[in-house]
Design a protein. Structure first.
Length: 94
């Protein structure tokens, strides 16, 4: 049993695969959620953001700031992001 969630195409689209094989391998499940399906109404977005920030403030979710750079280094930050050499968040500080 298991679930695979595809949530981006940074490395390209998912190759086609035989869907019937999911059953023979143990009732596997594949999904491709789209954020807009969960936040169509503004109140849903506000509620989700409130819940997220509550979980962050309680340290249930931890935000990993991999890189903090001065705003003056914005060009370097963009080069790093575009070359995919970063992980986590990159924050520019004034």
């Amino acid at each position: 049993h298991g679930v695979m969630v595809s949530y981006g195409n940074a490395t390209g689209a998912v190759e086609p695969f035989p869907v019937l094989e999911l059953a023979s391998r143990g009732s596997l499940f594949v999904t491709r959620p789209v954020l807009s399906d969960f936040i169509r109404e503004r109140q849903n977005l506000i509620d989700a953001a409130d819940e997220l920030f509550t979980l962050i403030s309680k340290k249930i979710i931890r935000v990993h700031l991999n890189t903090i750079m001065p705003l003056a280094d914005v060009v370097e930050a963009h080069v790093n992001l575009e070359s995919r050499s970063t992980t986590g968040s990159t924050v520019l500080k004034p």
